[in-house]
Write a protein that binds this ligand. Sequence first.
Ligand SMILES: NC(=O)c1ccc[n+]([C@@H]2O[C@H](COP(=O)([O-])OP(=O)(O)OC[C@H]3O[C@@H](n4cnc5c(N)ncnc54)[C@H](OP(=O)(O)O)[C@@H]3O)[C@@H](O)[C@H]2O)c1
Length: 266
Amino acid sequence: MNILLIGCGNIGFILLDVWSTANFYDEIYVIQPSMLHAAKFSKFNNIKFVPDLANVPSGFIADVTVFVFKPQQLPEILPKLQAIKRKLVISLLSAIPIQDIAIKLSDTPIIRIMPNVAIKTGKSVNLAFSAASLAPADKHQIEKIFENTGYLKWLDSETMLDKLTPITGCGPAYLFLLGQILSNETIKIGVAENIARNLVQETLLGAASLLENSDNYEELITSVASKKGVTEAALKILEPDLQQTMSEAIQAAQNRLQELKHENRS
Ligand SMILES: NC(=O)c1ccc[n+]([C@@H]2O[C@H](COP(=O)([O-])OP(=O)(O)OC[C@H]3O[C@@H](n4cnc5c(N)ncnc54)[C@H](OP(=O)(O)O)[C@@H]3O)[C@@H](O)[C@H]2O)c1
């Protein structure tokens, strides 16, 4: 399989790192305009880095092209990509609908994937959607590309991918915020900052480990909060407001996603 990776920032680099150890590809070309981080790239000795799509040799056929640049770069990149021989395009760009890419690449199946930051540890939830029905071989290639990055969930609609983005895409940040708040509270009661952070980190990791075997939140909560106990007192304060605040937060993220779609078009 030949891969064309366009953009090698945070996410592009992680993908390259995963692919380079899995060794399932034939050739990879990476388009990366500035080589500010060239030192980081030197470990990939069998992958070719070029600054522009114009530098890809005319004989190269990209079985899979992966978009991991910023959405604002789309108008510049799409016309150049028309000159490249390509089969499938996978876009990881947030808030860019397939139709905005298909305008210029109507001859290519386009798949959207929305990962989250846990792609770094191979634990991402990767939402996937394809407008066109894919041949089993194409689906297999996509699954191969995202193997070892986390869980790949195919969705029936692009609208659902956008609706789920504030949950699976942004979700890790909500937990990190909770960790930060708990750390601050621990510091307030007189614990040194590094110890406070470590205590909270281990508490969250321990809680996450229980989720490996259960998604029954009610039971998990009951397992900590006994009737008239200490945890129950805290939960009575948290629950009503947190439910409402979370709904508002998810709605705000959804509104911003819709705004971004329009901003990136103009
Ligand atoms: N970060 C996340 O957690 C996350 C999660 C889901 C989806 N995404 C999506 O993934 C995409 C990449 O995010 P990121 O965090 O990896 O961004 P990033 O770190 O800013 O990386 C973007 C890369 O694209 C390169 N680039 C700029 N212009 C280009 C061009 N004309 N041709 C090819 N490459 C070009 C940049 O190179 P220079 O350094 O030279 O400018 C940079 O290496 C975004 O569209 C984002 O919406 C990100």
